[in-house]
Design a binder for this molecule. Structure first.
Ligand SMILES: [Ca+2]
Ligand SMILES: [Ca+2]
Ligand SMILES: [Ca+2]
Ligand SMILES: [Ca+2]
Length: 488
């Protein structure tokens, strides 16, 4: 029984991976084709690490000083060069460079790859790697580190590693190696496929190590199987010299040495509509038909399990059979959100209805269209049970065209709710021809102006078009409301 279950789980993992790979698309790249290194993207980190809280040679007894000189990091003929010289600099025997995208390019999940030619020689330690931008789980390495590639000395072994666990020195690591070639002789493509529940390393498209989320943890978030690798990370490239991993250079090391990078590319899973096409508006959208995509892109859910286990069992989002038929999204925690790709047929006014249930009072939800709050907070009352449904509604103004709707639990009162569906109904607004009709024809701006001018003078009746006295404030208000609703 246990054996059988293991096989099923393994098959699911394979299915998910295959599906994810199929929809990856190029998200970001630096081809290093410009005249110079793009310092709007890459920040040169300078010094021996002390300025970054990493004394003692960046925490590794490294022997180089990283400079901001273009001698040590530059772009030429389509390649990034990171060069180390054995010329004393700032009191250190070697100079080199370390660059990062922190603050300029950060992302969560994706296939990260670079085409790299490695340096060679005792004491060489090139790396292409990733660090988290924020540290919600604590200091290094409780907040994680993903090394796409490291190699040392003669460059015959490639290392792919993650660091995690507690804060130093209570951290640990896992990963793998591949060897058998001199990787300094040619360019190779080094890649990591970083997914919510799995990290895979490859060289030239040949996988050599796979880790699932049971292989890692973060001490400060033991119940989150994805921590610490569920945060935004940025990229780093550097060439260290000496230190704990390679040992120091010796008389056989030839200088200068350089790390060459042809390109760095990040591919990510495209967010796509659940049914493969945008949902039409006006229309009803089932809450459980949220978009396909990674957590943080298509949805955010409080925990990685589908607590309801229904409909989309591999999803984090908690889906259960609904007492009204079909399914609903339950366990909607404060802060959770779901996205839906929709196509609004016509710009205009819509009634927005949401079918909700909650045992708690004080909850509220909001709808955003392409990032704009269109609904404000819509209160969710206590309905008398988690499967006792009521409809809440508000009126919204929508633009036409394909958009992404985000349904957010605002968390007012900390209340959870369940949601079965939401619906947008076009509001048919009368332009008021009947109400505004008068012997002179339909009320227009010149009539309103005449009325307001007349009202502002001592003798309004005299200024109004004949026959006088046919308009009053209720006519003007009706006109302005109709005009505001898009009537001509
Ligand atoms: Ca290039
Ligand atoms: Ca969940
Ligand atoms: Ca949930
Ligand atoms: Ca439903």
């Amino acid at each position: 029984m246990k054996h059988k279950r293991t096989i099923v789980l393994m098959l699911c993992v394979l299915c998910f991976s295959a599906a994810a790979q199929a929809q990856l698309e190029l998200y970001w790249s630096d081809e290093f084709d410009g005249a110079v290194l793009d310092l709007g993207v890459w920040e040169r980190q300078v010094g021996d690490g002390t300025a970054y809280g990493l004394p003692s040679g960046w925490g590794n007894n490294e022997q180089q000083y990283y400079t901001q000189l273009s001698l040590n990091s530059y772009v030429q003929d389509g390649l990034l060069h990171i060069v180390t010289y054995d010329v004393p600099f700032a009191g250190f025997d070697y100079s080199s460079a370390r660059i990062r995208t922190k603050g300029a390019f950060e992302f969560r999940y994706g296939k990260v790859e670079a085409r790299i030619k490695l340096p060679k020689g005792a004491g060489m330690w090139p790396a292409f790697w990733m660090l988290p931008t924020d540290s919600p789980y604590g200091g290094w390495a409780a907040n994680g580190e993903i090394d796409v590639i490291e190699a040392v000395n003669q460059m015959t072994t490639i290392h792919g590693t993650i660091h995690y666990g507690g804060s130093f020195p209570d951290n640990t690591s896992a990963g793998g190696t591949v060897g058998g070639a001199d990787y300094s002789q040619d360019f190779h493509v080094y890649a990591v496929e970083w997914e919510p529940d799995q990290i895979r390393w490859s060289v030239d498209g040949q996988p050599y190590r796979t880790l699932s989320n049971s292989a890692w943890n973060s001490a400060s978030a033991p119940s989150n199987p994805r921590a610490p690798f569920d945060q935004q990370f940025h990229l780093l490239l550097n060439l260290a010299v000496g230190g704990n991993f390679p040992g120091d250079p010796n008389g056989s090391t030839v200088f200068p040495q350089e790390l060459l990078v042809d390109w760095v590319r990040v591919h990510r899973l495209a967010q796509t509509p659940f049914a493969g096409a945008a949902s039409p508006i006006p229309g009803r959208i089932e809450a459980e038909d949220f978009d396909e995509g990674w957590p943080g892109d298509a949805y955010v859910d409080c925990d990685a399990a589908n607590n309801g286990g229904a409909y989309r069992p591999d999803s984090d989002v908690d889906i259960e059979p609904c007492s009204e038929g079909g399914f609903d999204v339950g366990w909607m925690c404060p802060g959770e959100w779901l996205e839906y790709t929709v196509d609004v047929a016509t710009a205009g006014t819509y009634d927005l209805l949401a079918r909700v249930a909650s045992e708690a009072s004080g909850g509220s939800l909001r709808f955003e269209f392409d990032g704009a709050d269109v609904s404000g907070a819509i209160g969710v009352p206590a309905t008398g049970g988690w499967q006792t449904w009521t409809t809440v509604q508000t009126r919204v103004e929508l633009d036409a065209g394909e958009q992404v709707v985000r349904l957010v639990n605002l968390g007012g009162g900390g209340a959870e709710f369940n949601i079965n569906w939401f619906e947008l109904e076009a509001v048919s607004l009368s332009c008021g021809a009947a109400d505004l009709a008068d012997p002179l024809g339909v009320l227009d701006f010149s009539d309103v102006t005449a009325f307001l001018v007349g009202f502002a003078t001592a003798d309004p009746a005299a200024d109004l078009a004949p026959p006088s006295g046919i308009y009053d404030f209720s006519d003007v208000v009706a006109f302005l409301v109709a005009f505001g609703n898009g009537c001509p």
